[in-house]
Ligand binder design. Structure first.
Ligand code: BES
Ligand code: ZN
Ligand code: ZN
Length: 490
């Protein structure tokens, strides 16, 4: 899909279709030439409501606000309604919520790319977007914009990169466990490195044993697919800060011997969403060539059953020497992350450490399907994540640790237990378990992001399709972009 931002007025741009956003039900704007027809059609311009005027080649869509969050969703819904239709070229105006801020323009571009996404790998009849070219006129919804053409072009470019990275992540997550297992995730990482300046190192079982990652190896043991730990690195010369990302890459989570009930097992191909997000973020970071050193680690493992499976009652020793009493093999993500976090911290001393994981059903129960839970020991990295997620159009909220819940993961026979002794507060107790594997240097620099809710939803919502959403990708790209703008060189 080609994007072009041009000073040519809308009327003079040739395109198959024009998309017009109706803001907050206001039909008085000069952009809206079809007031009578729209009224006749009963179109009110509510958020994501669409009305295609076939003979005029105009598609109207409503947004409650000029802000990115409304515009992104509206444009994505409009574009999604054109899937399989004949329109190849589209034009639209520039919508900015503030005269000097390009966020809504970027959101428009993201909405178009995210809304065009389809996952058709397993369909015999493939319905795809036929849109090839988008012309955005600098002619604005308001006429007092103070943004240079250059800044607008940058917003378009970065919007394209971050939305394409999100779609890249969605593809990996949507791929079935038989087609995407740990080696395939490693192949995808190596493929990324071949096409960019990213460096890639893959650890196979022998190297994992050498690194004493026995906890990760135990989870992987009953699977015919051997585990991998992936390390991708973006190392620009002018790096202002170092960021480490760690992702849970459970290519399938059957629950292991603590087997999931049938209904809960379906969709567990999505348990690789954290690792897949890390791959997408690394792709974008290298494409934007941001002046931040970024390391992406993925623990890629399949959690299965078999004679060789790890068991409730086992005691495992993690890479940092801590012993873990296993009481439930379905709490496997924290075990894989424990070793991967230890390895990541050994390899890189970072200014920020973020992990992404579909870690707990409890997080979904607590905050719903659309929101990520953000945890950690210090407010600064957590606030950073929540704020930048909001700017990127993702929902994230803090879940505070507390010393009472901390006691519930104590073990009588090992250093810590892999599940809590209470049914409540499961997202937080999982986060507090991970905290046991964060070293002193990183304690205040770490945030854990539980994406179990938004990573995979079985219906379309806002700019997201049925299935994988690419949760975490846009929020973290925004965060790293912000660091690139604000962190002083040390
Ligand atoms: N992968 C699951 C968490 C999950 C649940 C992700 C639903 C997405 C949607 C994780 O490995 C798991 O099974 N967690 C258990 C932990 C429990 C055994 C303490 C859970 O949440 O039930
Ligand atoms: Zn599990
Ligand atoms: Zn899991």
């Amino acid at each position: 899909m080609d994007f072009n931002i041009t000073t040519t007025p809308l009327k003079e741009i040739k395109a198959d279709l024009e998309i017009i956003i109706v803001i907050d039900g206001n039909f008085k704007h000069t952009f809206i030439q079809d007031k009578k027809l729209l009224k006749k059609a009963g179109f009110k311009g509510g958020q994501d409501e669409i009305c295609l005027l076939l003979e005029k080649n105009r598609l109207y869509v409503g947004s409650d606000t000029l802000k990115g969050v409304g515009v992104r969703s509206a444009v994505a819904t409009a574009i999604r309604s054109l899937l399989g239709k004949k329109y190849k070229t589209i034009k639209l105006a520039t919508y900015l919520s503030h005269p000097r801020c390009t966020a809504s323009l970027r959101a428009t571009v993201e909405g178009i790319v995210l809304g065009s996404y389809t996952f058709t790998q397993y369909k015999s009849k493939k319905i795809k977007s036929r849109v090839k070219e988008i012309q955005i006129s600098t002619e604005g919804y308001a006429d007092n914009y103070e943004v240079s053409l250059e800044a607008m072009a940058r917003a378009v470019h970065n919007g394209e990169i971050s939305a394409n990275a999100t779609n890249f992540t969605r593809d990996i997550v949507n791929t079935t466990p038989d087609d995407c297992y740990p080696k395939i995730m490693a192949d995808i990482a190596e493929g990324l490195a071949e096409k960019s300046s990213l460096k890639c190192k893959i650890l196979k079982p022998k190297a994992l044993r050498k690194q004493k990652m026995e906890t990760l190896l135990a989870v992987a043991r009953a699977s015919r697919h051997k585990p991998r730990v992936i390390h991708l690195a973006h190392k620009p010369k002018n790096a202002k800060a170092v960021v480490t990302l760690v992702g849970k890459g459970l290519t399938y989570d059957s629950g292991g011997l603590s087997l999931k009930p049938a209904d809960y097992m379906v969709t567990m191909k999505s348990d690789k969403s954290g690792g897949s997000a890390v791959l997408g973020i690394m792709k974008a970071v290298s494409e934007m060539d941001l002046p931040i050193e970024v390391h992406g680690f993925v623990g890629a493992v399949e959690n299965m059953i078999g004679g060789d499976a790890y068991k409730p009652d086992d005691v495992l020793t993690a890479k940092n020497g801590k012993t873990i009493e296993i009481r439930n093999t379905d709490a496997e993500g924290r075990l894989v992350l424990a070793d991967t976090l230890c390895y990541a911290q050994q390899e890189v001393k970072a200014d920020y450490l973020f992990d992404f994981a579909t870690l707990t059903g409890a997080c979904v129960v607590g905050v719903g399907h659309y929101t990520s839970g953000v945890m950690g020991n210090a407010d600064e990295p957590k606030d950073l994540v929540v704020n930048l997620a909001t700017q990127a159009g993702e929902l994230a909220t803090k879940l505070d640790f507390n010393r009472h819940l901390k006691k519930t993961i104590k073990s009588e026979i090992a250093d810590v237990c892999n599940i809590s002794n209470t049914r409540y507060g499961g997202a937080i107790t999982a986060g507090q378990f991970l905290s046991e594997f964060i070293d002193e240097d990183h304690k205040e620099k770490w945030a854990h992001i539980d994406i179990a809710g938004p990573a995979f939803v079985e219906h379309a919502w806002a700019e997201n399709p049925h299935g994988a959403s690419g949760a975490g990708v846009r929020m973290m790209i925004r965060l790293i972009e912000k660091l690139a703008r604000t962190v002083k060189t040390h």
